[in-house]
Design a protein around this ligand. Structure first.
Ligand SMILES: *[C@@H]1O[C@H](CO)[C@@H](O)[C@H](O)[C@H]1NC(C)=O
Ligand SMILES: *[C@@H]1O[C@H](CO)[C@@H](O)[C@H](O)[C@H]1NC(C)=O
Length: 256
């Protein structure tokens, strides 16, 4: 194969494998120039976040001095493998700079990971100011009993998430009929103390009654927590007979 052609092909493969995020947020009130010290510090910060987040599943740190200091946080969902975590964070770091090239406050959400940075120190603070919502357009057949089962499962996994050894993660499943199983997962960012985690999850789960009322699946993504439920398995470990299903065609995204 011709070398140039090969390089082109590699380039195509490389650029097309980056998955689209579930959402992003570029705070338009925090405009910076591409040649500023802050912008340079964001690049340095990201170079540090990517390997460290992949190592441990979480990193919250800062780079730079005084008014040019940039705070950053990157985290993978606690059930995700380090390989998937690493590729998710790499995509996130690349995409966030493309999507928010001139903002000091930027955030990007995927199913497997989340990344944000800002010149204001946000580490340890609950933030539900920007929310991204996805729901399945199909409704459950028996809303009353479904809501009860969902409520019970959410209570259970929310209490797991605030146990410090669980690092903000709670997940579980419950059979709601002989043939239907409900799966749910919650994840707080690991910089939050338990009370703040509980606070974020309460706000997130509150959307189940409103935006996601009786839907067969729902995802709420905030800067401090992620919650999701589905009638199919979507988190790890999957049992050996199950494949990860994802019914993208029937998912609706609610713009922030
Ligand atoms: C589900 O319920 C909502 C609200 O009642 C309704 O607007 C929507 O059309 C229903 N979805 C389907 C697929 O029937
Ligand atoms: C997978 O399917 C096989 C055959 O149907 C069954 O015997 C086994 O228990 C299943 N494994 C799990 C983890 O459900």
């Amino acid at each position: 194969m011709n070398l140039l052609y090969y390089l082109l092909l590699l380039h195509l493969l490389y650029t097309s494998t980056a998955e689209d995020p579930l959402g992003d947020y570029c705070n338009q009130d925090t405009t910076i120039s591409g040649s500023s010290q802050i912008s340079a510090n964001i690049d340095r910060l990201l170079a540090e976040l990517v390997p460290k987040a992949a190592q441990n599943g979480f990193i919250a740190t800062s780079y730079g001095k005084d008014q040019n200091r940039v705070y950053g946080l990157a985290q993978c969902r606690g059930d995700v493998s380090s390989k998937d975590c690493s590729s998710c964070i790499q995509d996130a770091a690349k995409q966030i700079r493309q999507r928010c090239p001139n903002q000091a406050d930027a955030r990007i959400w995927y199913d497997y990971c989340f990344l944000r940075y800002n010149t204001e120190n946000f580490i340890g603070e609950v933030d539900t100011s920007v929310g991204i919502f996805y729901y399945n357009v199909d409704n459950v057949t028996d809303p009353e009993s479904f809501k009860k089962e969902l409520g019970n499962l959410m209570d259970k996994i929310k209490s797991q998430a605030v146990v410090s050894t669980n690092e903000g993660l709670g997940k579980g499943e419950t059979k709601i009929s002989p043939f239907v199983t409900l799966y749910a997962l919650v994840q707080c960012t690991r910089d939050l103390p338990p009370l703040s985690c509980a606070q974020c999850l309460a706000v997130a789960v509150g959307n189940f009654q409103t935006i996601c009322d009786s839907r067969k699946g729902c995802r709420v993504l905030y800067s401090s927590c992620y919650v999701r439920y589905e009638l199919y398995p979507f988190f790890f470990p999957l049992d050996s007979n199950t494949t990860m299903a994802n019914i993208h065609t029937s998912i609706v995204k609610v713009q922030p």
